[in-house]
Design a binder for this molecule. Structure first.
Ligand code: SF4
Length: 260
């Protein structure tokens, strides 16, 4: 139950809070949402923007929670993932299991370049010599195109995943993609995430049990110790890179412009 005013309450799966948004009221909206449950933030976004809302997942634990929540709140919501053609087989198996279990028709968003075309145009194994460009071609550009006609997108980012994510908000303006961005789980801890997964008996990527804190494309993901609680450990090991750029992207665009 969420508190709307001093006198009324409402269930998350019913009518969401009738809060309008505009750029200037995002700070107050975030303060208001901070008192609500993730389901309420999610429900507000899905109701406010309807079919122009898309939920992103990379099949990590927080994404799985969002998928479970929308299967309860609004099952027909668009869910997309960035098909880089470089996933682990375990991730693809999880995708299929989630599709069946939660009745989700995943939208596959992919690069205009096949891996072969990318190799011919930019050289083989681009992720080894220019991972920023590889992420731009296989993730950032396709996602920007997909989001062009949307008004809001939802992600499973959390503040305590890494220092780079420490200041994310529940609701923010995504200036690179020109739409609202919702992170309903922004304030959840790692423990809350796994408690939810276990208590709802949800499937998760078996690679987590084999020492992978975070799982992305196969060439750029390694097992790692959770040093200082950095859940992004093991991604782009040995490189000065911790994000693919779909969330923190300005630097990527500049670097791509320099390369082309
Ligand atoms: S994570 Fe690695 S393989 Fe995947 S798109 Fe980025 S650089 Fe390429």
């Amino acid at each position: 139950m969420i508190e709307l005013t001093n006198t009324s309450t409402i269930a998350a799966s019913q009518t969401p809070p009738a809060l309008t948004w505009f750029p200037a009221n995002l700070p107050s909206l975030n303060r208001r949402f901070a008192r609500l449950e993730p389901e309420d933030v999610l429900n507000w976004g899905l109701t406010t923007f309807g079919e122009q809302t898309a939920v992103a997942t990379g099949f990590g634990p927080t994404g799985i929670i969002l998928l479970h929540m929308i299967s309860q709140i609004r099952p027909k919501t668009q869910v997309f993932y960035l098909q880089t053609d470089l996933f682990f087989p375990e991730t693809l198996a999880l995708r299929d299991e989630l599709a069946e279990r939660l009745n989700i028709n995943f939208i596959e968003v992919r690069s205009e370049l096949s891996l072969d075309q990318q190799s011919r145009q930019y050289g083989p194994e681009l992720w080894k010599h220019n991972p920023d460009l590889c992420c731009q071609l296989r993730k950032i550009d396709p996602m920007r195109k997909f989001l062009a006609d949307k008004k809001a997108w939802v992600t499973g980012l959390r503040r305590d995943q890494s220092s780079a994510r420490a200041n994310i908000e529940l609701v923010s303006w995504d200036s690179a993609n020109h739409l609202l961005k919702l992170c309903p789980l922004a304030f959840w801890s790692r423990k809350q995430v796994w408690d939810y997964i276990y208590s709802h008996n949800l499937p998760y990527n078996e690679l987590h049990d084999r020492g992978y804190p975070s799982i992305g494309c196969q060439p750029c993901t390694k097992p790692a110790k959770l040093n200082s609680g950095d859940e992004r450990a093991g991604r782009w090991t040995g490189l000065d890179k911790t994000e693919c750029g779909i969330h923190f992207h300005d630097g990527q665009i500049v670097r791509l412009a320099e390369v082309r």
